[in-house]
Design a binder for this molecule. Structure first.
Ligand code: ADP
Length: 476
């Protein structure tokens, strides 16, 4: 019933980057960004700790030498190796300098290296530490220092003072700054790369779903008995999706077949009594009966019966849509069908024909007659009986049949929908023009069976043009 509805879904233009791809990509980009930032942060901490260890080793080594050059004599300290406390690194100020200070336990400065003479002393930051050595960071007026401490004991092993040795952390700070700058400057490029990577992977992940959608659309549009055959394990999501859709198609196929059988049966059953009524009416009217006053009523009954026969015939054809029986297909002369039958049928209405001679088509001539009747009577019905022109021209082994009217026209968004079964246009509903929404689905089906196409264009200034293109039978 809704095959054309399904096929129109098929034509929805899917953008290259869909909403779900966008949404998932944003999450993946955010996740990758967090991983990238955490990684850089830990790398920075690692580098910092590596630098600190290297500096601490230098400070430890130097503190050991300084301690060894100070000895205790008569409860006081004596510098036995003064050159150790007057090295170049302790005289000059550079990125490798050592700033040496020796304090007593009351924080009185006993000695400071030469390079501190022009600067204020570095405060003694700690007095209380376990063990012999301690290393920590000191920030003096925007300068980061790494400082090492060790204890000085007198001859009896009593704590008498502290040696404090500091060195700038310039190199370490430079490297950390470089890492931060690199992280910040590379951020746009990194985001761009992450976006590309995540789009690629998410598209790849969604690809199987797209394949299943394509096959499912194809099935619903063309062949309901086909099934999705995508290879996937029944326990994974894609396998379950495939199974669910295939089950759905099974149920749909079963119900469509049931409806078609019912429609086929019901139409068959109705056709016999209707044809009998019609024949009887023809007989009564041909033999001068009934009385003149009843004649009009009989004519109405006859025309309504003919309408019912038309509807039932249409239902019969539509119910047999899936059948591929071509036995009834014969070559017929379309030009004579128009001249002999249709021009007679519409002789009392404003219908003009311009048909080339001897156009032969392959199909059921009765069905194609119904196609033309539907198009012409729609043209009259939806224009309040204004003129309808029918033309047929042959070119490149195809005939192009045009049925032009000057009626209410069909808006663009309905030009495909009107071919769906039971669809009735908004305007015709509003204007109260009677109909069942079956005629054009018959047109589409029969034309398709004859390997042709049908579409609608606007007629200017008013109305519609139905254009049917069908291959002709060429005897040349
Ligand atoms: P029905 O005419 O019985 O409603 P059809 O299948 O023939 O059913 O047409 C479907 C719909 O297409 C109509 O309801 C009408 O809205 C629109 N339509 C068909 N032919 C014309 C036409 N010539 N001009 C304007 N609208 C038309």
């Amino acid at each position: 019933m809704a095959k054309d509805t399904f096929s129109s879904q098929n034509k929805v233009k899917v953008p290259l980057i869909t909403k779900s791809v966008k949404k998932n990509s944003i999450w993946v980009i955010l996740l990758l960004m967090v991983v990238f930032l955490i990684f850089n942060f830990f790398m920075m901490l690692q580098i910092q700790s590596f630098f600190k260890n290297t500096i601490d080793d230098r400070l430890h080594h130097e503190l050991g030498h300084i301690k060894a050059s100070i000895v205790c004599e008569n409860n006081s300290f004596k510098i036995v190796n003064p050159t150790e406390l007057n090295e170049k690194a302790m005289r000059e100020v550079s990125e490798n300098s050592f700033f040496l200070q020796i304090y007593d336990t009351s924080k009185n400065l006993l000695f400071e290296s030469k390079n501190l003479e022009n600067y204020e002393s570095i405060p003694l930051m700690t007095l209380d530490f376990k063990g012999d050595y301690l290393f920590n960071d000191l920030n003096i007026k925007y300068t980061g220092l790494r400082t090492g401490y060790t204890k000085l004991y007198d001859c009896n092993g009593n704590l008498k003072g502290f040696i404090q040795l500091s060195t700038p952390k310039i190199k370490m700070n430079e490297v950390v700054e470089k890492i931060i700058n690199l992280t910040l400057y590379s951020l746009p490029v990194v985001i761009f790369l992450f976006a590309l990577i995540s789009l690629f992977f998410i598209k790849k992940t969604l690809n199987p779903i797209n394949k299943i959608i394509d096959v499912a659309n194809e099935i619903s549009a063309t062949n309901i008995s086909k099934r999705i055959t995508y290879e996937a394990e029944s326990t994974d999501e894609l396998g379950r999706l495939k199974q669910t859709l295939n089950n759905l198609f099974d149920r749909l196929e079963f119900q469509i077949n049931q409806i078609s059988h019912f429609s086929d049966n019901a139409s068959h059953q109705l056709m016999t009594p209707l044809t009998a009524i019609n024949t009887e009416l023809e007989f009564i009217m041909r033999n001068g009966h009934p009385k003149d006053e009843c004649r009009e009523s009989f004519e109405i009954i006859k025309s309504q019966t003919e309408k019912m026969i038309q509807i039932v015939k249409t239902l019969l054809i539509l119910a047999r849509e899936g059948e591929t029986d071509n036995a009834g297909k014969k070559v017929f002369n379309f030009s004579t069908l128009i001249e002999d039958d249709l021009s007679q049928e519409f002789k009392d209405q404003k219908v003009s024909f311009e048909i080339e001679k001897n156009i032969y088509l392959m199909g059921e001539s009765d069905y194609f007659k119904m196609v033309m009747e539907n198009l012409i009577s729609n043209g009259l019905k939806y224009s309040n009986n204004m003129e309808v022109t029918v033309s047929a021209t042959v070119s490149e082994k195809r005939v192009r049949i045009k049925v032009k009217d000057q009626g209410i026209g069909i808006p663009d968004n309905e030009k495909e929908k009107v071919f769906e079964r039971f669809y009735r246009g908004n305007t015709s509903e509003i204007k109260g023009i009677k109909g069942y929404g079956l005629g054009l689905s018959l047109v589409k089906l029969v034309v398709k069976q004859m390997k042709g196409e049908v579409h609608i264009e606007d007629n200017h200034p008013h109305g519609s043009i139905f254009i049917v293109d069908i291959p002709i039978v060429d005897f040349v």
